[in-house]
Design a protein around this ligand. Structure first.
Ligand code: ATP
Ligand code: MG
Length: 415
């Protein structure tokens, strides 16, 4: 017996309707905001992530599935979606398209992480990237899109947390202040954060270690040290959200785990699904296109974790009514001619796109009706020698037992 690899799981046909329901609403919403879907390869050159996501991030340092292919290239299963989309944007000359360019994706993501509820090694992200606009209105639209998705799903209890982490003008000075602050308390921070001190002090704010966390409480806050441009941009983001009635909390400790962010960062947190509460996260990344070899291009985006969204929806009972599609019609048949006629009708209806079932188990009539009931068929049709001889059969609506004599030659037109 060979088991599924640790941290991965099968999505069974019985679970898939919930996925379809959620992902259809997400895709429809993305399209309503003018985003078009992209598919990029599952693996990319390793350098795309080390350069794009950042060498000192947990994702690149610890979580990548990296391998050498038979041609000696270093490849990596994508540990996030943005770098690949940015690569494609540059490689396909999308910078010369009318701006903004709005792209969405729905893709499996791979991270070598400790398996926990809501934390897997293969998981799915639906996300968007909006290229070409530096306006705070773009940030607001991207955040509003997540709220639209929640509203359509009936979700009301997820909290939006926002912050600004500044830009290449103001962040270096802030980083230096952070470094000074944590250097003077170096004995109190974890080993990983000691390593981060010189390379990436902002990361310490993100550390899950309780000692680092409580020490961070009194550190200088980025929101007090933004340059005028970033401060103004952040005010505009907040004003834009206020104007739409979108509630948020400003949290100066939200810094995000990937290096490419600048200015706005945000997370949507569910409190009902345990410690893996972030269901969606994103922000602005004005420097990334340039870092990856393209022209300077402001951009903003987010990624939503589909497994965590489903956990949240399940915890609030929002998936209770979602079930597998039920057949419109079950055709019970007994006798060689009847079985052939059942197949003929089923074939014609299925070709019209109607979901029909008929017996392929050679069951008794009684057992066929029992099965039709079990799978929740809306109508049943019973075909035996008599029905074949007269060309007429009873079409029965299962909900109320109402039956109607129907011509077999025209039954296909009834659906
Ligand atoms: P976390 O703090 O939970 O590790 P993250 O900051 O690493 O999240 P992002 O890289 O921003 O997450 O990914 C966006 C979203 O993808 C997250 O908000 C979450 O919903 C989901 N996600 C991230 N890592 C995993 C994982 N290992 N398993 C399942 N979903 C995940
Ligand atoms: Mg993570």
């Amino acid at each position: 017996m060979i088991n599924v690899p640790v941290g991965t799981k099968d999505i069974l046909p019985s679970e898939r309707p919930a996925w379809d329901y959620l992902c259809n609403i997400i895709h429809e919403t993305f399209k309503a905001y003018g985003f078009g879907e992209i598919r990029t390869p599952v693996f990319e050159a390793t350098e795309l992530f080390s350069r794009g996501v950042g060498d000192t991030t947990d994702v690149v340092e610890k979580q990548m599935y990296t391998f050498e292919d038979k041609g000696g290239r270093s490849l990596t299963l994508r540990p996030e979606g943005t770098a690949g989309v940015v690569r494609s944007y540059i490689e396909n000359g999308m910078a010369s398209l009318p701006q903004p360019v709005k792209i969405f994706y729905d893709m499996p993501i791979y991270r070598y992480e400790k398996k926990q509820k809501g934390r897997y090694r293969e998981f799915t992200q639906c996300g968007v990237e909006l290229f070409g606009s530096s306006s705070a209105t773009a940030d607001v639209e991207v955040i509003a899109m997540v709220n639209t998705i929640f509203a359509r799903l009936g979700i009301s209890d997820i909290q939006l947390v926002i912050n600004s982490i500044g830009c290449s003008h103001c962040r270096p000075a802030y980083n230096a202040m952070l470094k000074d602050y944590f250097k003077s308390n170096e004995d109190k921070i974890c080993e990983t954060c000691k390593g981060r001190l010189d390379r990436n002090p902002l990361r310490i704010l993100d550390c899950k270690n309780p000692d680092c966390h409580s020490l961070a409480d009194n550190c200088p806050k980025i929101t007090d040290h933004l340059c005028p441009e970033c401060a103004e941009h952040f005010e505009q983001v907040k004003a834009g959200l206020d104007a739409l009635g979108i509630k948020y909390v400003v949290d100066p400790f939200v810094v995000r785990g990937l290096d490419y962010y600048s200015k706005t960062v945000f997370e949507f947190i569910s409190t009902g699904i345990g410690s893996q509460g972030a269901v969606c996260a994103g922000g602005r990344y004005d420097g990334l296109v340039e870092i990856l070899g393209g022209p300077h291009t402001p951009a903003v985006g987010f990624a939503m974790g589909i497994e965590r969204m489903l956990l949240h929806m399940e915890s609030c009972g929002l998936l209770d009514k979602i079930c597998a599609p039920k057949p419109k019609l079950y055709i019970a048949a007994m006798g060689q001619q009847a079985v052939l006629e059942a197949e003929r009708i089923a074939y014609a209806l299925r070709t019209k796109g109607v979901y029909v079932e008929t017996d392929i188990m050679s069951r008794s009539f009684k057992a066929q009706f029992k099965y039709a009931d079990k799978i929740g068929a809306e109508y049943t049709l019973a075909l035996g020698d008599n029905e074949i001889a007269t060309g007429k059969a009873n079409l029965k609506r299962m909900a109320d037992g109402q039956a109607e004599e129907t011509d077999l030659s025209t039954i296909v037109d009834k659906f």
